[in-house]
Design a protein around this ligand. Structure first.
Ligand SMILES: *[C@@H]1O[C@H](CO)[C@@H](O)[C@H](O)[C@H]1NC(C)=O
Ligand SMILES: *[C@@H]1O[C@H](CO)[C@@H](O)[C@H](O)[C@H]1NC(C)=O
Ligand SMILES: *[C@@H]1O[C@H](CO)[C@@H](O)[C@H](O)[C@H]1NC(C)=O
Ligand SMILES: *[C@@H]1O[C@H](CO)[C@@H](O)[C@H](O)[C@H]1NC(C)=O
Ligand SMILES: *[C@@H]1O[C@H](CO)[C@@H](O)[C@H](O)[C@H]1NC(C)=O
Ligand SMILES: *[C@@H]1O[C@H](CO)[C@@H](O)[C@H](O)[C@H]1NC(C)=O
Ligand SMILES: *[C@@H]1O[C@H](CO)[C@@H](O)[C@H](O)[C@H]1NC(C)=O
Ligand SMILES: *[C@@H]1O[C@H](CO)[C@@H](O)[C@H](O)[C@H]1NC(C)=O
Ligand SMILES: *[C@@H]1O[C@H](CO)[C@@H](O)[C@H](O)[C@H]1NC(C)=O
Ligand SMILES: *[C@@H]1O[C@H](CO)[C@@H](O)[C@H](O)[C@H]1NC(C)=O
Ligand SMILES: *[C@@H]1O[C@H](CO)[C@@H](O)[C@H](O)[C@H]1NC(C)=O
Ligand SMILES: *[C@@H]1O[C@H](CO)[C@@H](O)[C@H](O)[C@H]1NC(C)=O
Ligand SMILES: [Cu+2]
Length: 576
């Protein structure tokens, strides 16, 4: 009898252990030391903010369903925050990171512990600072492996490698945005793009440090590409090699072959590459995609795909002679302003929608939000600002240019502190006009404020983002924290709420956290508001966010402990 009970208890404990083991995954601990470090690039040395002195910063490696605790130690000279881009953080906005949205900055000399709760994400994500422009140098990869290390929905790759596209400024990034906001004009463009921290052959003083990726002939590799650039989207390709896209934003896609990808800041893309070309060196290149009319950095970052079997000598070394490097094949990439190609690429993305990786596309929408996305100008006293015609550059959603408060919205919401935000972001723009017409009303002045979208728990939301031709139409990579969303429709021109929904893809739309809104076009996306909390929504081009192309989504609690926000951690960085 007693024996039986013991065995029963043991079995229950064992089952319980297996269950917990399965649902909770492993726990990882990381320490991130935010510190200044000198780097020499483009023939000059400057001090940048880093995590642990590396650029890009350290990689977080977990399996699906794991938990990671990251203690961020700020040894820099100003306050910062860190965000885990694409990690949904169920019911826990306290760890999400955007400055004065979910937390105040971590003061120099102090630490803040954040919890990363991985749930459905599998593939590639990334982390980055979320304070002013510090993310330019404070960022790194998050790799989420399948629970069964071999159970990719594609043949097991021989090896994997991460490519982080970055943007390098010779000047101080904080000073660049501060002075641009003071003058009202465009911030200075970057001086180079980088691949894994290195600009590559087409810049001065960067040949010696160009990033090399070594491959074996005949093998297939999983390349994880992350765009961490500040202000430009990119075309990315490898000479003579086809890429097979298999994932985006830590969600698997139906595989498709392409000679290049289009990837905006905030996006990640997983591709398979087979080393099936004559063994030698090939350029890997990241060129900007920019279809607006502001000045921009039109340079190209490169790395080298190098076959191991290729033994090279003085005459064909990529580092020794510029005449030979010209012979390294270069990928065919679209023209830098090729909007049509960028839109066509984004239309090819489809969720895998398989038995093991099913989709759950919301069908019965209960809340529709139609949101214009615009660059604007604000009048300036004596017309002496540096924007067009002496104005001050601005930007908006539904003609509201967002203002970030001094106390974070999460604390204000949780503790009912009034005067920080209002819950009245409108579901429609104040005016319907020919949003994408040639004749634009540039006198359309946005209002300013901290107006947020309030959603009930489990509301089924559709947001249609409508680009406008005001001031400077261009593609905008729009990002929502706390969720992945299905992109059910993409189009050019003005959204038609009768005919356009008829062509929605409700079968296998891509599931993403960031998506490029085409220049003078629209994107329809859907998600279920099942994550109570305070979640930032913004353009991932940092100059646009700085001008006000952002807002916040607050999802109310659902009425039970399991459907409510978790309580705050014991320590939160103070708001000064
Ligand atoms: C960062 O540096 C600290 C202190 O040297 C170290 O303890 C920590 O493990 C490092 N973190 C990572 C992610 O490498
Ligand atoms: C960077 O180099 C400058 C000049 O050599 C030096 O004064 C400064 O202390 C260095 N900064 C760091 C973080 O090492
Ligand atoms: C992992 O998945 C592969 C392919 O689905 C399967 O063959 C293998 O048995 C699995 N291994 C474990 C330990 O579950
Ligand atoms: C911006 O660029 C201009 C022109 O190159 C330069 O004079 C200025 O110092 C730069 N501003 C900052 C903040 O780096
Ligand atoms: C490289 O340096 C040379 C000589 O100083 C200069 O003329 C050229 O413009 C520089 N090129 C780039 C890409 O910065
Ligand atoms: C980049 O822009 C400069 C002018 O700012 C122009 O001279 C140059 O041709 C452009 N390069 C490319 C590759 O478009
Ligand atoms: C791209 O720019 C070139 C000139 O730089 C222009 O001729 C062309 O029309 C532009 N293409 C698009 C699609 O805007
Ligand atoms: C985009 O796709 C459409 C429809 O297939 C095609 O007509 C158009 O030429 C494509 N545009 C570009 C730039 O490839
Ligand atoms: C600047 O002025 C010109 C000429 O009046 C006008 O065509 C243009 O639309 C104005 N731009 C803006 C952004 O107001
Ligand atoms: C909007 O403007 C575009 C471009 O000028 C034009 O082709 C279209 O007919 C206009 N739409 C409406 C509804 O006026
Ligand atoms: C431009 O927009 C303003 C509102 O921002 C409106 O008062 C004005 O009538 C509009 N002008 C035209 C020509 O549509
Ligand atoms: C955030 O709030 C702090 C005070 O708590 C303030 O010093 C800082 O400038 C604010 N940041 C932004 C981006 O407004
Ligand atoms: Cu934008």
């Amino acid at each position: 009898m007693g024996h039986h009970l013991e065995i029963q208890a043991l079995l229950i404990a064992l089952l319980g252990f297996m269950f917990i083991g399965k649902s909770q995954g492993n726990v990882h601990y990381y320490d991130f030391v935010v510190e200044e470090k000198n780097f020499t690039k483009l023939c000059s040395t400057k001090s940048i903010l880093t995590v642990n002195g590396s650029f890009p910063g350290p990689t977080i490696r977990v399996q699906k369903g794991d938990t990671a605790f990251v203690t961020v130690h700020n040894k820099g000279s100003y306050g910062v925050t860190i965000h885990w881009h694409g990690v949904k953080e169920p019911r826990d906005p306290w760890s999400d990171g955007p400055e004065n949205i979910t937390q105040c900055p971590i003061p120099p000399g102090t630490s803040f512990r954040q919890k990363l709760a991985f749930t459905s994400e599998e593939g590639t994500l990334w982390w980055h600072a979320h304070s002013s422009w510090s993310r330019a140098t404070v960022h790194g990869a998050i790799l989420i492996f399948p629970v069964n290390q071999t159970s990719y929905p594609f043949p097991q790759p021989h090896a994997q490698e991460t490519f982080i596209i970055g943007e390098w400024y010779k000047g101080d990034v904080q000073q660049i945005i501060t002075s641009a906001l003071a003058s009202g004009g465009e911030p200075n463009s970057s001086d180079a793009y980088t691949i894994n921290g290195e600009p590559g052959h087409f810049y001065n003083c960067s040949r010696e440090t160009t990033y090399h990726s070594w491959v074996d002939y005949g093998k297939t590799y999983l390349f994880r590409i992350i765009n961490s650039a500040m202000n430009e989207e990119h075309f990315f390709g490898i000479a003579h090699h086809r890429l097979t896209v298999v994932g985006i934003d830590a969600s698997y896609t139906k595989p498709f072959k392409t000679s290049f990808i289009v990837i905006g800041p905030g996006q990640t893309m997983d591709v398979l590459v087979t080393a099936d070309q004559p063994p030698r060196q090939y350029y890997i290149a990241a060129s900007p995609f920019y279809d607006g009319n502001a000045p921009y950095d039109n340079s190209t970052a490169t790395a080298i795909l190098q076959y191991k079997a290729y033994t090279y000598n003085q005459s064909n070394s990529d580092d020794k002679s510029s005449s030979s490097s010209r012979a390294i094949p270069f990928p065919m990439l679209p023209a830098l302003n090729d909007s049509g190609t960028a839109v066509n690429f984004s239309k090819r993305l489809r969720s895998l929608a398989s038995k093991d990786h099913p989709v759950d596309v919301p069908k019965n929408v209960s809340r529709r939000i139609f949101m214009t996305v615009s660059i604007n100008v604000l009048p300036c006293a004596n017309s002496n600002c540096s924007g067009p015609n002496g104005t001050r550059l601005s930007s908006s959603f539904n003609n509201i240019s967002f203002r970030i408060p001094k106390i974070d919205i999460l604390q204000a919401y949780y503790w009912n502190i009034s005067g920080v935000f209002t819950g009245d972001f409108p579901d429609e723009p104040p005016l319907y006009f020919n949003f994408t017409g040639d004749v634009v009303n540039t006198t359309m002045i946005p209002s300013t404020g901290t107006r947020v979208i309030m959603l009930d728990y489990k509301e089924v939301v559709e947001i249609v983002w409508q680009g406008t031709s005001l001031v400077g139409p261009e593609n905008h990579p729009l990002h929502l924290h706390g969720f992945s969303f299905y992109v059910v429709g993409i189009g050019l021109g003005n959204f038609n709420n009768v005919s356009d929904p008829l062509s929605y893809n409700l079968i296998d739309p891509p599931l993403v956290n960031t998506f490029g809104l085409p220049k003078n076009g629209w994107v329809a996306m859907r998600f279920v508001a099942d994550n109570p909390g305070v979640w930032y929504m913004h353009c991932h081009l940092d100059r646009h966010t700085s001008w006000g192309m952002d807002t916040v989504v607050i999802v109310r609690d659902g009425g039970t402990p399991q459907t409510s926000m978790l309580p705050p951690p014991k320590y939160l960085p103070p708001c000064s």
